[in-house]
Design a protein around this ligand. Sequence first.
Ligand code: BT5
Length: 263
Amino acid sequence: MDEDFSAESLSRPGALIGWKVEVFESIGSTNEEAMNRGEKGEKEGLVIVAEAQEKGRGRLGRIWESPAGVNLLMSLLLRPGVRPEEASMITLFSAVAAARAVERETDLRPRIKWPNDLEFSGRKVCGILTEMKVFADRLEYAVAGIGLNVNMDVKDLPPGVAERATSILAELGRPVSRLSLARSLFEEFEKSYLGFLKGEKGAILKDWHERARMRGEDVEVMLDGDVIEGRVRDLDEHGALLLDTERGLRRILAGDVQRARKI
Ligand code: BT5
């Protein structure tokens, strides 16, 4: 799709999120760049966008893959000044904002998977990586990194990743405007972020649950090489997963969730 996907067309002068947008043809990682800007004291709301990443980051040293020029790869710099235990909420409301943007631009309804994915029928369409710097028990700054597969032919991902991935193009059967999707995402993100700053956690969790539909689901959580089986009870107020297991209730802060296979 031929369109003007530039810093000028993406930026939102006077707004909080996207008051300044920088677009890189290629970069190591947008998260890395946004973290560096945080360190240098840049105002929150800066968004770093890239057409390609050489070292796109996933969690736990994993790689985020993306062919150039077809997807959304972006990192948003935030200075919420909250305590570190609130950081998981940033991932949760970012997932809600990304889902809402997709819902606004298409008739698709992505599902949220705890803690940081959007998916369609078990195939990942979006991953989120929140990084932060803590100083004196507060977040000095945080970066929400969002990778959303938009107009990508899934075959352009490496084998091993492609099988479990999808894109808006693949789901919809036609390309969409990355520009208007990104602009919707900025607007939705700003709404969610302002709600977060006002302490509206209940609303965030409600929106999240509506799109995750995980309560009561039997799952397996991969955690440091261990597999924990259980039934999802809820999320707590810090975004941790509460699982009913054979050995009682477990609270899990981070991990990879798989739906348990029904026998
Ligand atoms: C994530 O990690 O899902 C977080 C991804 C965040 C990426 C964005 S892009 C912009 C910003 N700048 C960065 O450097 N990062 C952020 P995790 O849950 O650990 O999942 C990583 C796994 O997802 C990989 O190990 C692959 O299996 C899979 N994967 C990689 N690329 C994918 C893609 N394009 N679509 C679907 N799955 C992918």
